[in-house]
Design a protein around this ligand. Structure first.
Ligand SMILES: Nc1nc2c([nH]c(=O)n2[C@H]2C[C@H](O)[C@@H](COP(=O)(O)OP(=O)(O)OP(=O)(O)O)O2)c(=O)[nH]1
Length: 342
């Protein structure tokens, strides 16, 4: 990124109606990028917080008073003449009806449908894509064949409640399976056995995948499991060490959707370099699944998200009760093995 170019800091609002529609504005005559479509917002003035700048801009541009907004993703884009740091924020409450106060055209669009307006500013495309990502991410915790019926019941309840993103993640089971097989048959390499094996673990994976398919939910496979399974599902969820390994090898980004587990800002930057769809950061709160490790807390979580450049889920001690807290601290949503549904 060039050091000679000026840096500008911008607050941009994703003004969202309850039906999921989103407001775009067209840059008026006389401004740089005149005629291009963007999210309402503008430059942050000295002494202003991001949310203050956003509220002022939306008052000036649309004549609305923001009553509910949360920071979301900080994203940097290099243009030919400058480097823009966009602080995208979700705006879910306002008073008044948005109107064109600066002679700009306005359009309510649906992020999951083809755009009815163009062209869109280059840095405004990623947030429209991120909006399609569900805000609850359920991680499996089956442990063994006996645990499958109870987990499938929990999965059914979550899917019925609208959870649309699931990760198949059974590290202890995968390890036991690999070790068990290698003990009995020394003629085949343990690695080969992982990739060829079909047993209880495979059955559990198929059951989870089928249920996700039935509900139109996406299913990602943790990178501890065979690579051939990633492609059968909707993509992979990489452990941080696997993300680091892929980058070191110069490997191409895995196909399909890509999530990355992270524990700090440096690991979030790995996810961004890999062009992942999202990262998961934890542990935020104390959690029974990691009793020996204290949670980082919401302030440290928010700090790690500075300049993240992609949506980040909060992990650790999360439930439907913490979703609002998570979003207030910049999370895209929450991830966990416990109850993410009501
Ligand atoms: N508001 C907004 N700006 C965006 C988006 N995407 C994007 O690249 N930008 C860039 C374009 C501009 O270089 C910069 C915003 O600056 P601006 O000129 O609109 O700011 P402003 O409203 O304070 O305008 P000004 O009167 O100070 O010139 O951010 C977006 O979605 N919304």
């Amino acid at each position: 990124m060039s050091d000679a170019k000026p840096h500008i800091y911008v607050a941009a609002g994703l003004i969202l109606r309850p039906d999921g529609s989103l407001l775009l504005g067209q840059r008026p005559e006389g401004k740089p990028w005149e005629g291009w479509w963007e999210l309402p917002g503008g430059k942050i003035e000295p002494g202003e917080t991001v949310l203050q700048a956003l509220a002022r801009e939306l008052q000036e541009e649309l004549n609305i008073q923001v009553t509910q907004s949360t920071p979301w993703v900080e994203y940097t884009h290099e243009y030919p003449k400058n480097i823009v740091h966009l602080m995208f924020c979700r705006v879910t409450g306002w008073e008044g009806t948005p109107e064109s106060a600066e002679n700009q055209a306005l359009a309510w669009i649906h992020p999951d449908q083809p755009l009815p307006v163009s062209p869109l500013l280059p840095a405004t495309e990623p947030p429209l894509r991120w909006l399609r990502l569900p805000t609850r991410y359920l991680l499996s915790s089956i442990e063994n064949a006996e645990g499958l019926p109870a987990f499938l019941e929990r999965l059914d309840a979550a899917l019925a409640d609208g959870v649309r993103l699931v990760q198949f993640r059974e590290p202890a089971w995968q390890l036991r399976y690999t070790q068990g097989r290698s003990e009995h048959d020394a003629s085949v390499s343990p690695r080969q056995k992982i990739f060829d094996s079909y047993g209880d673990l495979r059955h559990a994976f198929e059951q989870v995948l089928q249920r996700c398919r039935d509900h139109g939910a996406k299913c990602l496979v943790n990178s501890i499991h065979p690579e051939s399974w990633w492609a059968e599902a909707d993509g992979v969820h990489l452990r941080a060490e696997d993300a680091r390994y892929l980058l070191r090898q110069g490997s191409p980004r895995p196909a399909g959707m890509v999530g990355v587990s992270t524990h700090d800002a440096e690991e979030i930057s790995l996810a961004r370099k890999l062009d992942a769809d999202f990262a998961v950061l934890g542990h935020v709160l104390d959690t029974p699944s990691h009793p020996q490790r204290a949670g980082m807390g919401w302030e440290a979580f928010a700090e790690c998200l500075r300049g993240a450049g992609l949506p980040v889920f909060a992990l650790g001690g999360q439930s439907s009760d913490t979703l609002a807290d998570a979003m207030a601290h910049g999370a895209h949503g929450i991830a966990g093995i416990r109850k993410l549904h009501r």
